[in-house]
Design a protein around this ligand. Structure first.
Ligand SMILES: [Zn+2]
Length: 693
């Protein structure tokens, strides 16, 4: 049997609690950690079960016991708390002890060591008013608000006081003043809540959702409203994975006069459940296995092969993604600012080159991966939204995918199709790694420290090699320049490779794959994430040389070259650090920088992107690009004609003529056709005649 006396004895005899209560009092707090399993000291597990079955009663006794202990330890505080409670007690005539004790303004953070409900959805079938403990992720939170717990009303006519009732999230008031004024006549005056006399508490409301497995789950995850005293949810933010212990309440107020009941949790504790890379709980065996694997000469190749094993080739893309998963440690600069260690990657390419498949495969390799697809990321989107909650009437800040991915990887498909708001916030997400909310009188900044691996489609359906990157994708260069690596994936039609592709597809599954299973890759990365490699002198020299080289290459851009140079240098450094982590090396050596630079040069040189970056950095928008774009359109239309004209095609001069009619200069047409011939998009079957392949 639990009584306040027994509990008070437990708190006084268990040294842990003596100290915790002392600390609480010294810190001016009204909250301390209490492990419900410790109740076993009072008489075995039956007592624990009893508390879990009727937590309201247990909590009332616990609060009363704390008050008793405070009288010994900290009489002054006990007096303040006692006086506050006294006001409540005096007004609650006719209420039972359990309700009255429960209102003592002390908020023990009660934790249970066992999770009772594996998912938020399973809470639906839990018994009302019992103790539940479940895992989830905070998707929305309200700012702290002063809330009426026991409403006291005052009559506007005669000044009499009456006590109302709080039911779930509403306050129920008597309709009019019931004070007798003359014999049987009642006053009947209007009543107003008295903020001064009502019993209030500062509370926070959260929405907690199932931690969903991005790859497996296509359904909308379940969520539950959690209401808690501010004391027990401090230092939490949206995107945090939490362990909630609380009392399951089933609202007696019917929603929209329908028959469905509203379930919520009155939280006793909301603790951070830091289950990210670092807390993947690697066993000694796991550690031995990954360390052994790291010593294999082909470890990098095997890890690369473990990314999207169903997609053939694209090794350089996979390597970039792999390094992004390892990431680099964030660096705190002398002025207190932080240089991000997260590596952002963008793939731009024709439809059907396996971008989405690649992204889905990556999402299986990260414990904290959030997958979104541009047009489908409706509602909250990438950043955050302030929405009014229908049930509680409070404004809540709902976290977008970038916030939910904090500390993990944000995987975005169809980045080009994002909403305008999200696009505007991309900068902040990629560079400062925060999301700023300033809506409905709420101003706050949420952390969004995540790696972004994204894919985008070309604006015109397929990638046009003769247009700039920014012209190809519907994204400004200032955003593009925040990606450490950009890959352009084209579906080049070469018959020989078609044959190869067919052969590969047919053979798939028969070959012995050198790839590791996703769980192993996760563990490997988790282990490596604890390594903070230092730069060797040789590595530093190589990076410096790279910086000088980049600056020289875009020297024409003047001042902008400095900006571009520094950004590329930071990217190269991050990739080098990640590569050292891949080798489980605490030193960044030549081999790491070389690998990083090879990846960087792959896109910087091949795509001529560096010049473009520096040009656009100085704000040069070119009319030239416009002309090329129009030439492209005209030529594309002519190809349809050429295809019907037969195998020979149309004379090159005809293309030039047609474009001239459209006011497009000859040199653009020639340049475009030349490039297409080189890339095998068009062919020249007979002298001077051209047709698409
Ligand atoms: Zn009255």
């Amino acid at each position: 049997m639990i009584t306040d006396l027994a509990l008070s004895e437990l708190l006084g005899s268990n040294q842990k609690y003596v100290e915790r209560i002392r600390e609480m009092a010294a810190g001016g707090s009204r909250s301390f950690l209490f492990d419900v399993e410790d109740l076993a000291e009072l008489g075995g597990f039956d007592v624990v079960r009893e508390a879990k079955a009727d937590p309201t009663l247990f909590l009332g006794y616990l609060k009363k016991a704390v008050l008793t202990r405070l009288m010994v330890e900290e009489p002054e505080l006990a007096e303040v708390v006692g006086a506050e409670w006294g006001r409540v007690r005096d007004r609650l005539v006719g209420k039972g002890e359990r309700e009255v004790n429960y209102l003592i303004p002390i908020y023990p953070r009660v934790v249970a060591s066992e999770v009772t409900h594996e998912s938020v959805s399973s809470l639906l079938s839990a018994a009302p008013n019992t103790l539940v403990c479940f895992r989830g992720v905070v998707v929305a939170a309200s700012p702290p608000r002063r809330e009426v717990v026991v409403p006291v009303f005052r009559c506007l006519r005669c000044g009499a006081e009456s006590v109302g009732e709080r039911v779930d999230f509403s306050v129920i008031s008597p309709s009019t003043c019931g004070e007798r004024v003359d014999g049987d006549t009642r006053c009947g005056g209007r009543l107003l809540v008295s903020a001064e006399e009502s019993v209030c508490a500062i509370t926070v409301q959260l929405k907690v959702q199932d931690v969903f497995d991005v790859a497996a789950d296509s359904q909308q995850p379940h969520e539950v409203t959690v209401s808690a005293p501010e004391e027990v949810v401090r230092r939490l933010s949206q995107g945090d994975r939490v362990l909630v212990t609380g009392i399951l309440r089933v609202s007696s107020l019917l929603r929209y006069s329908s028959a469905s009941l509203f379930v919520y949790v009155e939280a006793l504790s909301v603790e951070r459940d830091a289950k990210d890379y670092r807390d993947l709980n690697l066993t000694e065996e796991d550690k031995k296995a990954v360390v052994a694997a790291s010593k294999q000469p082909d470890i990098k190749q095997r890890l690369i092969a473990s990314i999207a094993p169903a997609i053939r080739g694209r090794e350089e893309v996979k390597e970039g993604i792999l390094l992004a998963l390892f990431g680099a440690p964030a660096e705190v600069n002398p002025d207190g600012t932080v240089t991000r260690g997260d590596i952002h990657i963008l793939m731009v390419g024709d439809p059907g080159v396996g971008k989405s498949q690649m992204l889905l495969s990556v999402s299986k390799l990260v414990p904290r991966g959030v997958y979104v697809s541009g047009p489908r990321s409706s509602g909250v989107g990438l950043t955050a939204a302030v929405l009014k909650d229908e049930t509680t009437g409070r404004f809540m800040i709902h976290a977008g995918s970038a916030v939910l991915a904090n500390g993990g990887v944000l995987i975005v498909d169809e980045l080009d199709k994002m909403s305008k708001d999200d696009r505007g916030a991309l900068h902040e997400v990629l560079e400062q790694q925060t999301v700023t909310v300033a809506k409905a009188g709420i101003y706050t900044q949420l952390p969004a420290r995540c790696t972004m691996i994204a894919a985008a489609n070309p604006k015109m359906g397929s990638f046009n090699p003769n247009m700039s990157l920014a012209e190809n994708i519907d994204l400004p260069t200032t955003i593009l320049s925040r990606f450490d690596l950009i890959y352009i994936l084209m579906d080049e039609i070469v018959p020989k490779s078609d044959e190869e592709v067919a052969r590969f597809v047919l053979k798939r599954g028969q070959e012995k794959a050198p790839a590791y299973p996703p769980e192993f890759v996760r563990k490997y990365i988790a282990f490596a994430k604890n390594i903070t490699p230092a730069l060797a002198a040789e590595a530093e020299e190589l990076l410096t040389a790279f910086y000088v080289q980049v600056r020289q290459k875009c020297a024409a851009a003047g001042d902008a070259a400095v900006k571009v140079g520094v950004r590329q240098l930071e990217a190269a450094k991050r990739l080098s650090l990640a590569h050292a982590r891949l080798r489980f090396s605490s030193v960044v050596e030549k081999v790491d920088v070389e690998a990083a630079l090879r990846l960087m040069n792959h896109f910087l040189e091949k795509e001529g992107f560096l010049t473009e970056l520096s040009q656009l950095e100085v704000g040069k928008t070119s009319g030239e690009l416009k002309s090329e774009e129009r030439a492209y359109e005209v030529l594309k239309n002519m190809f349809t004609l050429a295809a019907t004209a037969g195998a020979e095609g149309i004379p090159e001069e005809d293309y030039v003529l047609r474009c001239r009619e459209e006011g497009i200069e000859e040199r653009y047409v020639r340049k475009l056709l030349e490039a297409w011939k080189r890339k095998g998009v068009v062919m020249e079957p007979k002298n001077g005649k051209i047709r698409p392949v």
